[in-house]
Every structure is written in C-alpha cells, then in structure tokens.
Write a protein that binds this ligand. Structure first.
Ligand SMILES: NC(=O)C1=CN([C@@H]2O[C@H](COP(=O)(O)OP(=O)(O)OC[C@H]3O[C@@H](n4cnc5c(N)ncnc54)[C@H](O)[C@@H]3O)[C@@H](O)[C@H]2O)C=CC1
Ligand SMILES: O=C(O)C(=O)Cc1ccc(O)cc1
Length: 371
C-alpha cells in the first residue's frame, strides 16, 4: 500500500531524508513544505519530494508519517500548532531535532489527543545547511536515535524503524534525557568550544593581523563545525542549556587543571596529559567498529585525502584491483575540510579495508583515516 510521507523543513536533513527514503523502490509519496518556497521548489526539482504543499497544515493532513526537520525551537512551535490540525488517526509523527526533551514535552499535546509521536535524531550531518547540501547517503552507518514517549507500542516503533531502513542508519532507542546528556558531551558542548576558539582568534586578529593566515590544519579541523548554521545552534543551545552548563562547569575545572599543569611546567605531567588523551582518542570506536548488535547495515569506509588533480581516482582503484580487493562504493566528499578533497571508499569487510589501507600506504603517500 502506498505510504504518504510529509517532511516539514526541506534543508540539509529534511532533504537528505527525502532522498534516502526514495533510494529504495518503496511505494511512497513525499509531500514537502518549507517556509521558503524557493527551497521547496528546489526539493521538488531534485526529486526529493513529489508534491509541494502550500502550508505545514495542509502538508500534514492526510499523511501516514510526518517528519519535522526544522530548527528545534520551530519544531516545538509546530508540534503545538499541529495538535489542532485534522491529522490521520493512525499517523506516526517524528522529527530530526538535535535535542529531544523539549521536543518530547511539546509533543505531549499531540499524544494527549491520541496521536503517536516518536522523537528522532539522525546523528549525522554537516556544517553545511540547506537543500543544496542534501545527500541520500548522509545517514548511512550513523546512529539514528529514536526517543519514544515510554508507553509507545513496540509495533509503532517498528513501523517507523521500517520506514527508515533505506537511510541505512543504525536505529537505537534511547530515553530523551539520556539523549540530551550524551549529545551535550559529544556534540553540543564541542560546538560551543569550536565557536569560542574562533572567537578567540577573531579577538586577537587586530593585534596579530597575520594570525588568520596561519590558521591551518589543526585549527581548521578543530573548528570546522563553527561554520554551521547559527539559527540551528542557537536553538540547540537554548534547549539543552542545563546540560551545557554542566559541561561548561566541568570544562572550566579541566582548564584550571591545564593551567596548573602549565604553571608547574613538569615535563612528565605534560607528557601524560597528551598521552592519556591520545590513548583515549585512538581507542574511540570508529563509526563502524562501534556498531551495535542489530545494526541494519554496515560498510567499512576508508577516507583518503586526495590532491585535486586528474588521475588520482584511477590510480587508487588500479592499486586495489591489482591487489584483488573489491570495493562496494566510492565517492568524493568535501565535508571534513575544505583544504583537500576526500575520497571515501567502502569495503564489505574490515579485512578488505585493512588490506586496502596497507596496499595504498605502500604505493602512495596519501593520508588515510578511519572515522
Ligand atoms: N545540520 C546537521 O548536521 C543536523 C541537524 N539536525 C537537526 O535537524 C533539523 C534540521 O536541520 P538542518 O536540515 O541542518 O537545517 P537547515 O537549515 O538545512 O534546514 C531547515 C529548513 O527548515 C526550514 N524552516 C524553518 N522554519 C520553518 C517553518 N516554520 N516551517 C517550515 N520550514 C521551516 C528552513 O527554511 C530550512 O529549509 C534541526 O532540528 C537540527 O537540529 C540533526 C542532525 C544533524
Ligand atoms: O558536522 C558535523 O560533524 C556534525 O557533528 C553534524 C551534526 C550536527 C548536529 C547533530 O545533531 C548531529 C550531527
């Protein structure tokens, strides 16, 4: 039976979701609404949506699934408005917001009316925003967190999870508060730090005009996310402020320890500081090695920084062919840094990836990473 899906907000995440859902030959019809008509029109022209709606309300009435992919404060307002709309009785409503507790709170007005709301957060994205940056493979291998309200039936969670299968994300069910605590640690607070580091550079630029030109490599890696959309991050910061304050207190303490360490000037202590961080960082599970049981789909990607000249891709594929290593996908992305192009090659097994890395490291001097 044809499924009618509505996506509200057709930017990076809404657009990528539309593309992902359409990748498999599902019998679906996607209606989209964006407050920017130009965005909705672009989404239609790219084949992300089948129909452009005139309003959020008209887009939602008649849908089997509704996904809000708007900035989180907007999602809260829209959920409150939606409780007065004439929605289908068995519709499943979800969102893609980076915060979950305030959204679950706002969804209560829908739940009280008997509708199903299951919070959602695909943990993949980019510092780029807007429909032009949307990609069908954006959520592949990334965790896709669902936060049901608690007494949601397993069957409804399964129905939403099944819809999301073409995203090739790894669906995990979490409590909303737990979600907000963890994302504060790994995403929201690091974002504040990245923007603050850029702010420190900007403040000191007038006395050190050349410093901006020196800001390469590490500084750029560390602060890439500061180029993300300020509206989205304003909303996230407002919604997750208590967790952020907690992280900030811990960070201030940590910075005081760093300060003491520098005052002490003890080489052993300084070595240990960097060494402990290196050990922990090196042992972080890669997106794939950390895959949970029941992951829907798994590939093993190798990211290669490639210089921008013709012939590099054929050089790399030739080396792999000579070693008889098969690859399942190859693509160029530019999301991690704007200095190099990044070639991402996917393999079916960790062994293939390891063999490929070994072969390429013998034959070339390209930097390779497993994220
Ligand atoms: N950017 C990222 O890396 C990730 C973002 N998210 C979350 O997904 C949501 C969307 O983020 P992005 O797609 O990156 O933002 P985006 O800025 O690319 O897209 C948001 C879209 O919502 C539209 N919009 C704003 N207010 C609206 C309204 N009242 N009605 C209809 N459309 C409206 C905007 O015109 C825009 O096209 C946010 O809640 C964000 O927290 C989740 C995972 C990753
Ligand atoms: O650009 C990056 O590396 C990100 O971390 C993107 C991102 C931003 C917000 C989210 O809620 C999830 C992922």
């Amino acid at each position: 039976m044809k499924k009618y899906i509505t996506i509200i907000g057709l930017g990076l995440i809404g657009g990528s979701l539309g593309l992902a859902l359409k990748r498999e030959d599902q019998d679906i019809h996607i209606t989209g609404f964006d407050r920017s008509y130009a965005t909705a029109d672009k989404a239609y022209r790219r084949g992300i949506i089948d129909t452009v709606a005139a309003s959020a309300k008209s887009a939602c009435e008649g849908a089997d699934f509704i996904i809000f992919a708007t900035p989180v404060n907007t999602t809260v307002s829209l959920l409150e408005e939606a409780s007065d709309w004439d929605l289908k009785k068995d519709v499943i409503i979800s969102d893609t917001g980076s915060t979950k507790s305030p959204i679950m709170e706002a969804a209560k007005c829908l739940i009280e009316k008997g509708f199903t709301f299951i919070g959602g957060h695909p943990m993949a994205g980019s510092h780029k925003s807007g429909v032009t940056a949307a990609k069908g493979h954006l959520f592949e291998n990334a965790y896709y967190i669902l936060t049901p309200i608690g007494d949601e039936s397993e069957e409804r969670i399964r129905t939403l999870s099944n819809l999301l299968v073409p995203t090739k994300g790894k669906i995990v069910v979490l409590d909303a508060l737990e979600h907000d605590r963890m994302t504060a640690i790994v995403s929201h607070f690091p974002h504040l730090v990245a923007s603050s580091l850029v702010g420190r550079l900007a403040d000191q630029e007038s006395s050190q005009p050349f410093v901006k030109k020196l800001a390469a490599g590490g500084f750029r890696d560390l602060t890439r996310i500061a180029s993300a959309d300020p509206t989205m991050w304003r909303d996230i910061t407002i919604q997750n402020r208590l967790e952020l304050l907690e992280q900030l207190d811990g960070w201030l303490q940590e910075m005081n320890h760093v300060r003491e360490m520098i005052i002490n000037n003890d080489p052993e202590q300084i070595f240990d500081f960097f060494n402990d961080a290196k050990k922990f960082r090196d042992e972080l599970p890669s997106t794939y090695e950390g895959a949970i049981q029941g992951a829907l789909y798994m590939t093993f990607d190798l990211h290669i920084d490639i210089p921008d000249h013709p012939g590099v891709i054929s050089e790399i594929t030739k080396i792999l062919a000579e070693e008889e290593i098969s690859l399942t996908n190859i693509r160029i992305v530019e999301t991690r840094t704007d200095v190099y192009g990044i070639l991402v090659i996917s393999f079916q097994t960790a062994e293939d990836r390891k063999a490929a890395r070994f072969a390429l490291s013998k034959a070339t001097d390209y930097s390779m990473h497993i994220l």
